[in-house]
Design a protein around this ligand. Structure first.
Ligand SMILES: [Zn+2]
Length: 246
């Protein structure tokens, strides 16, 4: 009979190695933040089946949106979140339409409106209405340079649309929980009713998700990270699943 025998020296060595590995893991975890850990969970029921969802990454092309002195642009943050969200939704069976698939503004698609910005927004409204979507999600980044302390996600809906309000609150709640985990503090923004052009002129329910404040240092650092953008997309995806299940 063969008996496995570990000398005391070997046990010590194994133990030291084990401690080093645990140490490295803890360090990485601290360094990277818990948003790195995107759970492998995706909805495997049919809640997204036959659902048409429009994802609208705000701005694009010459319209960069909010920008900081180091050149981080809102349009790129919006686009990356939107692309990953689209991927997750399609993997779950949704028919997902993205309003722009490249770095361009959409004013060339509409001649309605006096300014390029209005034409761009009008083009987005037309795309959403033509798609006969079940709902849409517009992705943006906030900024409030007057008060750098203001931070966190904010979701907007058209006040006269009950479904939009419901959708907004589900997303806002989910993001609040996840952001607070990262901030390690309790701070709650509320979903807000606003008559923004895209909310007012679309036929289906829809929301604008402002994923954070470029003017806040903490949000800025997060929004700069690729993994965090995927994390936001993932949390919006989870919230959309919750909304459809109600
Ligand atoms: Zn924006």
């Amino acid at each position: 009979m063969h008996v496995f025998y570990f000398s005391k020296k070997k046990i010590k060595k194994f133990f030291a190695l084990f401690l080093i590995i645990v140490g490295i893991f803890l360090l990485l975890y601290q360094f990277l933040g818990n948003y790195q850990m995107i759970p492998a969970f995706t909805y495997n029921d049919n809640r997204f089946l036959n659902k048409t969802i429009v994802i609208d990454p705000g701005h694009g092309g010459i319209d960069v949106g909010v920008i900081d002195s180091k050149g981080l642009m809102e349009k790129d943050i919006n686009f990356k979140i939107a692309k990953f969200l689209k991927k997750l939704l399609e993997e779950s069976g949704a028919n997902c339409i993205i309003t722009r698939d490249k770095d361009t503004d959409l004013s060339y698609l509409s001649n309605q409106g006096k300014t390029r910005q209005l034409q761009d927004l009008n083009a987005r409204v037309n795309l959403i209405n033509q798609s006969q979507a079940d709902f849409f999600v517009s992705i943006h980044v906030n900024s409030f340079p007057k008060d750098h302390r203001i931070k966190g996600p904010m979701v907007f809906y058209y006040p006269q649309s009950k479904s939009s309000k419901n959708l907004a609150e589900v997303i806002q709640n989910r993001l609040n929980i996840e952001y607070n985990n990262i901030y390690k503090e309790e701070q709650y923004n509320k979903a807000k009713g606003e008559s923004f052009y895209i909310l007012k002129n679309t036929d289906c329910p829809g929301v604008i998700v402002e994923v954070g404040f470029m003017s806040n240092e903490e949000d800025y650092k997060l929004l700069n990270k690729a993994k965090f953008k995927n994390f936001i997309a993932y949390q919006i995806y989870i919230a959309l699943g919750e909304y459809l299940q109600q």
